[in-house]
Design a protein around this ligand. Structure first.
Ligand SMILES: Cc1cc2nc3c(=O)[nH]c(=O)nc-3n(C[C@H](O)[C@H](O)[C@H](O)COP(=O)(O)OP(=O)(O)OC[C@H]3O[C@@H](n4cnc5c(N)ncnc54)[C@H](O)[C@@H]3O)c2cc1C
Length: 410
């Protein structure tokens, strides 16, 4: 915690807010130590399953999420007038970093809560804010993102799900894949086509509330995957599912730019998640090498080990500063898209390197499940894929860089 608090104290955050942030992060730390870390291995082994169309999450994980909700930790960035804590983005993501250090799977619940809240805060009407933000802050509902489709991943603009106008609603039909929190989430940010003839210029963003109808929203399957075993990843089929017109985010046919803003914001959170996972691996390796002896010495006493740890700590600290910097830019109302992509790209790729080195430092014990490093090694892999792959981040960064290069070459 000291490292996170030290980094936060360098930002443009007033003293009172910093004190509140410290209390909240200490509370989160306690919750992680008591309710997440002791059970994370067990609930990742248990996994998420689907039975008769119902998705079953590990009970202890849900208990820990309830404690987060009861302690107000799911609405840290939501304004106080809507029941949240109204804290800066940097503090919200510092919390996500800490939870990700305890377990990456569970961290996706507060991360997506923050993401969908952000969409509503930035693009929702007053009605949407009043209706949904208090529920999100209290953890009465959980949330997710309905973007990816079987034939549209990185190229989201080509998606095929339809939103057809009927009276005061749009009826949504289509298939979405790889949906995190499937079966747990009730509120989703959705991207669908309102005018297929216009391609990405005919997409509209909505808040889809699964409570609006008992039919037309079905979870077909839950994926088996490399990591994040305690996070549900579902395939969802929608057939004329009603979404009231008032649930539109931004304007009709302007959904692509809504989602681009949202993705930039949530990429900062994935940067924080990667830092948390890398920090967990670093700590586990550092503890191990301080105990393990070979050739009559602690492995920590070999200088090559100390240098490895120095490199790992430097990378973690750099990535942390990058996601905090992007958070600060966002809160200052400055352009933050490129910095968010840089933070996500760097943190997710450094996370792979740090988890690799951590596993190596544990030797054979790193490869077996007892020390959790193999879990971190599997969990970190997704951070360079979801919310835009590393290649997509490089596309975003190089576009902004190209504009700068053209300018300074003039
Ligand atoms: C565990 C998990 C959870 C997820 N959660 C969600 C969720 O909650 N909601 C949601 O909507 N989606 C979710 N996703 C989907 C995720 O965002 C996509 O998998 C990701 O955006 C990549 O899309 P794709 O898998 O279709 O890969 P593709 O887009 O098919 O890409 C395949 C490869 O080609 C590369 N590539 C593609 N285009 C280019 C290009 N122009 N230049 C260079 N390289 C390129 C990619 O970088 C990648 O390496 C999740 C995925 C997983 C695995």
């Amino acid at each position: 915690m000291e490292d996170i608090l030290k980094a936060l104290s360098t930002l443009k955050i007033d003293k009172d807010t910093l004190e509140i942030a410290e209390d909240i992060l200490n509370m989160a730390d306690e919750l992680c130590k008591k309710d997440i870390e002791p059970y994370a291995r067990e609930w990742n082994e248990e996994g998420v399953h689907i039975k008769d169309g119902k998705v079953i999450y590990p009970k202890k994980l849900l208990d820990a999420v309830k404690k987060m909700a009861d302690n107000g930790l799911l609405g840290l960035g939501i304004p106080e007038e809507y029941g949240g804590a109204g804290l800066p983005t940097a503090v919200v993501h510092a919390f996500h970093e800490r939870v990700s250090r305890a377990d990456a799977s569970i961290s996706l619940i507060p991360l997506l809560q923050a993401t969908v809240s952000e969409y509503i805060m930035k693009f929702g009407s007053d009605m949407l804010k009043e209706k949904y933000l208090p529920e999100l802050a209290e953890g009465k509902v959980f949330s997710g993102l309905l973007y990816t489709e079987p034939t549209s991943g990185s190229d989201l603009g080509s998606l095929k799900s339809r939103a057809e106008e009927e009276g005061d609603s749009f009826l949504i039909s289509g298939t979405k894949i790889f949906i995190t929190n499937a079966g747990l989430a009730t509120l989703y940010s959705l991207l669908a086509s309102t005018d297929p003839s216009k391609g990405s210029r005919g997409l509209t963003a909505f808040i889809l509330d699964t409570r609006a109808s008992d039919t037309g929203f079905e979870i077909l399957r839950v994926e088996e995957k490399l990591g994040l075993h305690a996070s549900g990843t579902g395939q969802i089929f929608m057939d004329k599912f009603p979404v009231p017109k008032e649930n539109m985010l931004g304007q009709q046919n302007k959904g692509f730019s809504v989602i681009l803003h949202g993705l930039a914001a949530s990429r900062i959170g994935i940067g924080a998640q990667a830092v948390g996972i890398a920090d967990a691996a670093y700590r586990r390796a550092a503890t191990y090498v301080a105990e393990r002896k070979q050739f009559g010495r602690r492995i920590l006493d070999f200088q090559v080990t100390q240098f490895k740890l120095a490199d790992m700590a430097t990378k973690i600290s750099t990535a942390r500063q990058m996601y905090l910097y992007a958070s600060q830019l966002k809160d200052l109302g400055k352009q933050f898209r490129e910095e968010a992509s840089m933070a996500k790209l760097y943190a997710s790729e450094m996370g792979q390197q740090v988890c690799y080195e951590a596993l190596q430092l544990l030797g054979g014990y790193g490869y077996v499940t007892d020390y959790d490093v193999e879990r971190y090694y599997r969990d970190i892999r997704i951070t360079s894929i979801y919310e835009g792959t590393s290649e997509v981040q490089r596309i975003v960064i190089s576009r902004d860089e190209m504009a700068k290069i053209e300018k300074f070459n003039q």
